[in-house]
Design a protein around this ligand. Structure first.
Ligand SMILES: Nc1ncnc2c1ncn2[C@@H]1O[C@H](COP(=O)(O)OP(=O)(O)O)[C@@H](O)[C@H]1O
Ligand SMILES: [Mg+2]
Length: 142
């Protein structure tokens, strides 16, 4: 089975919920296990929240989510054209956050890396951030 889709949306907080529901609907035909469905929704939420909160701290910008299914492999790319990250390795460390006063735990990227099989972050200051994630989706037991 092969399928792909792209959505573009504003960096407003209600679109975190929108994006997680879109990805859930998109992978539903794979009959995913409850745990895989939950992992993917959480990873998308974290990545989209990062674009909204960190990518565009002072303005509303555009966030793009592309998802592709090839057999049971799910490939997701989330991009923004926001402020970017100057040290990606540091940003990926557990508990690292640039917004400690803002109820941020610094665990977003760590959660994404735990829940997805492969994660790659590419970013450029004043240009934007792209996060790619891959996960093989297991079937729900019957
Ligand atoms: N899309 C993004 N644009 C700019 N900076 C980002 C983006 N995503 C993550 N970051 C940076 O990486 C840090 C770590 O992200 P994360 O692990 O999700 O923790 P948190 O969101 O709790 O700060 C953030 O504090 C921020 O500085
Ligand atoms: Mg985060």
């Amino acid at each position: 089975m092969k399928n792909k889709m792209t959505i573009k949306f504003d960096s407003v907080s209600q679109n975190e919920c929108f994006a997680r529901n879109v990805i859930a609907s998109f992978i539903l035909p794979l009959n995913p296990s409850v745990s895989d469905l939950s992992d993917v929704k959480t990873a998308v939420s974290e990545a989209v929240t990062n674009s909204i909160v960190h990518g565009y701290p002072d303005c509303v910008g555009e966030v793009t989510m592309t998802a592709e299914i090839c057999d049971r492999d799910l490939h997701i790319i989330i991009t923004d054209s926001g402020i970017g990250i100057d040290d990606v390795d540091k940003a990926l460390e557990p508990f690292f956050t640039t917004k400690p006063d803002d109820e941020r735990s610094g665990m977003g990227f760590t959660i994404i890396k735990t829940f997805m099989d492969e994660v790659k972050v590419v970013s450029k200051v004043n240009s934007g951030t792209k996060i790619e994630m891959i996960k093989t989706i297991s079937k729900q037991a019957v």
